[in-house]
Design a protein around this ligand. Sequence first.
Ligand code: ZN
Length: 295
Amino acid sequence: MTTPNRTFCAHTLATLRPLSLACGFVLALAGCTTTSPFIIDNKSYHSQGQEQRIKFIVLHYTVGNNERSLKQLTEGNVSVHYLIMDHQDDKIYQLVDDDKRAWHAGKGAFANRTMLNDTSIGIEIVNPGIKPEYRQVLRQTDAEYYAYEHYMDFEEVQIEKVAYLVDKLAKQYDIDPTHIIGHSDMAPSRKIDPGAKFPWEKLHKEYGIGAWYDEFDKSYIMNSGEYETASIQDIKQLFRDYGYDINDTDEWDKSSRNVIYAFQLHFRPQQPTGNMDSETYAILRALNAKYVDRD
Ligand SMILES: [Zn+2]
């Protein structure tokens, strides 16, 4: 059964009754409204089974400068919810409303979810990424991955803005600390941003933002000799448990090493090698002990 909506146009009825044929035109001009016999009651009942749609915050660097980044993010096919420029001012630019989807994440996965554009808020930070003198280093040398010193520093004011914004959003949408991630965490074979100079440890220790391991747990696991007996499959499962999307081959192939590199960019940024080692293992285990095994 359908009940057609009535178009009620008070302004038209009161003053322009003879010209009612022009109501469509007047509707647009005079703010006339469409009414219905039905109301939507959003107060009387509530479902228990509901949750926030926004589950992740994904951080990026833009590579471009302020002007280029702004142009790309406002005029191009790529977009993001928030842009943090490197101006020494108090502005954080919101380019897309939180409840709308922005196109910043692309293909990838984290915590068993793909389509992260649908479930995340994206924040772009203006930063050149790799220093110009090192941009050809992977092509010209045997190096497979960029080192810590290849990445450009962020401005302190940018980190303060990120801290303020992420703290606000994480509280507002009740986002799990392990779901505050870098683009590289969700797309390790395509992306390396926000890079080794993004201070995840500082954000956690000084602002209580995102995930970080307990030093004691890391040392304990490193000294336990556990790494020496762990199989590749065991270690890959730990990556998976924490949220990384990693294949199940029995070797550290390039795709798996890209995951190790992304993990190191986030949790051991001074030495990102793409190779598994006892410290990387201990950090991964300590993170799982703190955030995953508790569930
Ligand atoms: Zn990115």
